[in-house]
Write a protein that binds this ligand. Structure first.
Ligand code: TNX
Length: 625
């Protein structure tokens, strides 16, 4: 097995060597021939995937996880794998370190060639064992996610299952198409307790998502404690969309650190978003000096957008806003090990160009002074931004079709300006990657201003073409400037019958129930968009592989939506978002002060207008007096 330790070989050569090895040499092995394993159906589809004939490797209580490293981060992947496998298999597999590979073991080798990149890996499994090879811990972690999918679906169960635990025999070599593959949780409109964020991190990591964007602030809530401004949480966190008088609906610094550390342990970077200059009512309710009349606004629990703006009308208020931004951005940057701070910048119909520019200047200069890279929604491109900023595109097919026409949309203008300023892009086209869009008319939750987004639509798009010219002659965002993709799960309407405003009898699912229903199966679709080469993606093939994930979600207790058009093998068992778990977290009901009326929207304002505020030229509901 010396071949396992050889560095620098080209993968094709490696595969050939592997295939040429005699694969069975022990009599005991022949006596207990492993059962045939089901052929694998992986999501995301690896770059190269060769299912082998013959038996696979069966885990037993004596199977060792052998890590070819002494480094704690790399050994930690072995421990993680043992932890993932323990509940369903009932085996506590020993994790050992060694300097060379062993047979009849799961071998994790972080000493693979550098050309595998940070996230690439190879995986070989046959009846003699499993070897995952990568260049460092992160690639091993991604490979381990693939290994989970090579085991029977029941391995995802939190309780002991019968087995046998046979790994499908395969040769895989894999690496991502894009380095940035994210998902956004809108914890501002609907607060997710820490336990539910962690649960979502695990669910996303299983599909090789590597970035968690937390939309921490909006009109309906400020969710991150800032020591110097306690009102942001005592006042600014007391509301959610549809909920008032709460307490504890925010992350303390310790909570946030816990989320960041948990995400890190799943090789996921946290991107905190502090949205502005619009979407700031929670801050305006907490800090009087951010308002032009120096009076704090009442906290907001309604459903409108475009209702707020930091006061940037005169020098005194611009100074107030700048100081405020310095305080909050600095505090959040300090708590955040990742490279980005997301500054929002979306939907500010009431801001004049100079007010908008003043916000962007104040927010970006503070961010870069803290050695963080600026991230923002594509509207940020209308102002001066530092080269190398990351802009998040959320336009639609209609924007793309307007390119180079007389009716080119403002969105496209912002993108052009961002490109000219040296920005890179994360693609979140709202008609493909917005997880809060209903699947179809029967979806209980969410919105549909960007149309319905059935699973096929969440899958069938190419980030390289999201801003392609209508005649296909090229993209206004050059291929080299696309960092990746992000699915965005807004939570404006995380309640049943969401075409109308909620009533006192409206049912509000736990945030994780909403998240799972809207994300599964569309998040895995977008994960594949970001990971798999375009040439290896095909809807017919995907929908069959996706269907085979259904039993995994059932086993894991994920309340997915068994969307039509996918041949789910276990439709009868699908959970349909109806289950609940013991979160142990601060759910809205749990943290509601005693003596208040039942948990219902107590102050609902807003229209049923099912659209966001797009741009200044299409103003939305409420204007400043
Ligand atoms: C638009 S897209 C928004 C959010 C809403 C979302 C609802 C963007 C950057 N802003 O404020 O939650 O639509 O779908």
């Amino acid at each position: 097995m010396r071949w396992l330790r050889r560095r620098g070989r080209c993968l094709a050569a490696l595969t050939t060597v592997v295939l040429a090895l005699p694969l069975s040499d022990t009599a005991s092995q022949a006596a207990t021939a492993p059962p045939p394993a089901a052929p694998s159906a992986l999501v995301p589809q690896p770059v190269s995937h060769l299912p082998l004939g013959g038996g696979g490797f069966t885990l037993t209580p004596r199977t060792r996880i052998v890590v070819l490293s002494q480094k704690p981060a790399e050994v930690g992947i072995g421990t993680y794998l043992a932890t993932v496998l323990a509940p369903a298999t009932g085996h506590t597999l020993p994790v050992v370190t060694a300097s060379r590979a062993q047979r009849q073991a799961v071998v994790l080798d972080p000493d693979g060639p550098e050309k595998l990149g940070a996230e690439g890996y190879t995986l070989s499994s046959d009846k003699d064992g499993v070897v995952v090879r990568a260049h460092g811990a992160e690639g091993l972690f991604r490979g381990v996610q693939t290994l989970r999918q090579l085991l029977p679906a029941a391995v995802e169960s939190p309780t002991r299952q019968p087995g046998p635990w046979t790994v499908s025999p395969v040769r895989i070599s894999d690496a991502p198409r894009y380095a940035y593959r994210g998902v956004m949780l809108d914890v501002a409109r609907r607060f997710y307790p820490v336990s539910q964020v962690k649960r979502y991190i695990d669910q996303a990591a299983a599909y090789k998502i590597n970035t968690l964007h937390l939309h921490l602030t909006d009109d309906q809530g400020w969710r991150i404690a800032i020591d110097a401004i306690p009102e942001l949480t005592t006042v600014g966190a007391s509301t959610q969309s549809g909920f008032t008088h709460g307490s504890g609906w925010y992350y303390s610094a310790a909570d946030y650190k816990e989320i960041v550390a948990y995400a890190q342990s799943r090789f996921m970077t946290v991107v905190p978003e502090l949205d502005g200059p619009g979407h700031t009512r929670a801050a305006l309710a907490s800090v009087p000096g951010l308002n032009c009349d120096d009076k704090a606004k009442p906290p907001y629990s309604g459903f409108d957008v475009g209702i707020s703006l930091y006061c940037l009308e005169d020098e005194r208020h611009t100074t107030n806003t700048t100081r405020f931004l310095r305080t909050v951005i600095t505090a959040v940057a300090k708590l955040t090990p990742g490279p980005y701070v997301h500054l929002g910048g979306d939907e500010t119909p009431q801001a004049t160009p100079s007010e908008y520019a003043a916000y962007v200047e104040a927010a970006t200069s503070t961010t870069t002074a803290r050695q963080k890279t600026v991230m923002g929604w594509h509207q940020l491109g209308q102002a001066a931004i530092p080269a190398g900023s990351l802009m998040q595109y959320w336009g639609q097919e209609g924007d793309r079709e307007s390119i180079d026409t007389a009716d080119e949309t403002e969105t496209i203008g912002f993108v052009r300006s961002g490109v000219a300023q040296g920005a890179t892009f994360v693609m979140s086209p709202s008609d493909h990657a917005y997880l809060d869009m209903k699947y179809d008319a029967s979806t209980p939750y969410g919105l549909s201003w960007s149309g319905y987004v059935p699973v096929r639509k969440s899958y069938e798009w190419d980030p390289a073409k999201a801003t392609a010219k209508p005649d296909g002659t090229g993209s206004i965002v050059p291929a080299g400037r696309i960092a990746g993709v992000e699915a965005a799960l807004w939570a404006d309407r995380a309640y049943e019958d969401s075409n109308a405003l909620p009533t006192p009898t409206t049912r509000w699912p736990e945030p994780h129930v909403y998240a799972e229903y809207m994300s599964f199966p569309r998040l895995p679709a977008i994960a594949e968009v970001g990971w798999t080469p375009q040439s290896a993606r095909d809807w017919e093939d995907f929908r069959r592989r996706l269907a085979r994930q259904g039993p995994r979600w059932t086993a894991a207790g994920i309340g997915y939506h068994p969307a039509p058009g996918i041949p789910w093998p276990d439709l009868a068992k699908a959970l349909e978002g109806a289950h609940s778990i013991e979160t142990g977290g601060k759910s809205p009901a749990a943290s509601r002060p005693a003596g208040l009326p039942p948990l219902l929207p107590t102050r609902v304002s807003g229209t049923t207008a099912n659209r966001p505020c797009m741009t200044r030229s299409k103003p939305c509901v409420i204007r400043r007096p």
